[in-house]
Design a binder for this molecule. Sequence first.
Ligand SMILES: Cc1cc2nc3c(=O)[nH]c(=O)nc-3n(C[C@H](O)[C@H](O)[C@H](O)COP(=O)(O)O)c2cc1C
Length: 433
Amino acid sequence: MQKRSRDRSTVTNATARGHLLVDVEKLALLAQLTHRSSMTFSVVGSRNGPQGACSSSEKKTLKDHVSLRHHSYTLKRDRHLHESLCLVMKYESAKSPVKEWQKEMKGVPMLHTHICDLLDIKHPIMSAPMSGGIAAAELTAAVSQAGGFGLIGAMTSDGPDWLRAQIREVRERTDKPFGVGFISSFPGLDELVQVALEEHVTAVSHSFADPTPYISSAHAVGVKVIAQVQTVAQAIRGVQAGVDVLVAQGTEAGGHTGYISTLPLVATVVDVARTLPVLAAGGIADGRGLAAMLLLGAQGVWMGTRFYASREAGARAWEKQRMVKAGADETVLIKVYDFTFAYPFPSTIGDRVLGNDYTARWHGHDEDVVAHREELREQVSAAMKEGDVHLAAVRAGNAVGLIHNIESACTIVRQTAAEAESILRERPGQLLR
Ligand SMILES: Cc1cc2nc3c(=O)[nH]c(=O)nc-3n(C[C@H](O)[C@H](O)[C@H](O)COP(=O)(O)O)c2cc1C
């Protein structure tokens, strides 16, 4: 209860007499929930810009959502206003309309789950620790700064020094909590885990191997342990070993994953987890997915593919464009790139990528791939550099069909949360008569 009222109080902060620092996203929500048509302010500055000036991108965002009349802006009643913009506004009547609206807001529930308290975050949305530099400091910090929980993907060819530098860069960009995620079947794990613990990140995640050996050392320094699981047996093992959070990863997921669908896996893992928070992963890219997973009993979502197609992801433009163009039918669950590069994933784990000429040619010919490994590795590596989508690996889940734009991580977090909130407020009531 305490946390909720603190969240709500961030809607506005008085900055000076007659001035308010206003989060435009929350302002719109207030308008929507209290059924007011408009409210009028003079904008005298922004959080980032100097007093009396907005940057040009802030002005553009503002123009999308408010109309300018004389020297005042009137907030449009837009149900789908999710952009985040903090403006310093001077209210024009004796009474602050925002404060009046806030009074009316009292008692209106906001989306908040157990994972928000556990990780001290605002929205129950995590960005997956995508390896190869995709989820590096920039994406991680942007997600956490937006109120979600970002995780750095620790597995790159650059090792522990790179990881330490990324953790420190996140801290320069934001003071919000974040984590580091490992592919725990890979060599070099111990050194990377040591860096994350020395740096006291909020949480570490282990996937694709038993997390048990890494739990007590993390807990000893106050770091929480998240285990991403692909089967119910792994979930039970995680509960017994004492992990703090389970991620139930369905086969719809982008990249390496198992063979059980997200829906039955999440529901079953929620049952075996009992009081332990469960996050849902695989096939979730918007607020509809988040709302659905919360109704299944998950405490939040863990999204990879959607954040891969974000502005801050450490991926090349052609990869992101390929994701925007791809439909839900275009992914395949294969092992050919793992055989090509001799990646040490368990045999029970597949690799969901966008299908192309390479996957069509080599899928099902594992022994031939291994026999021609050197030559094929060169071809695929060159294709990755050149952006040749016929041969290159682009890891993406079934939710790729829901992605139509490269958005900022902040927009993705806030839009997903706002959409889920709106669905949860309206849809159940519409269904039950
Ligand atoms: C490009 C890419 C790289 C990934 N790399 C990792 C990784 O290094 N470690 C890990 O635990 N999971 C990794 N994953 C899987 C995610 O943790 C997550 O389960 C998955 O993205 C969720 O499904 P979604 O892609 O449909 O959102 C990766 C996923 C993608 C798309």
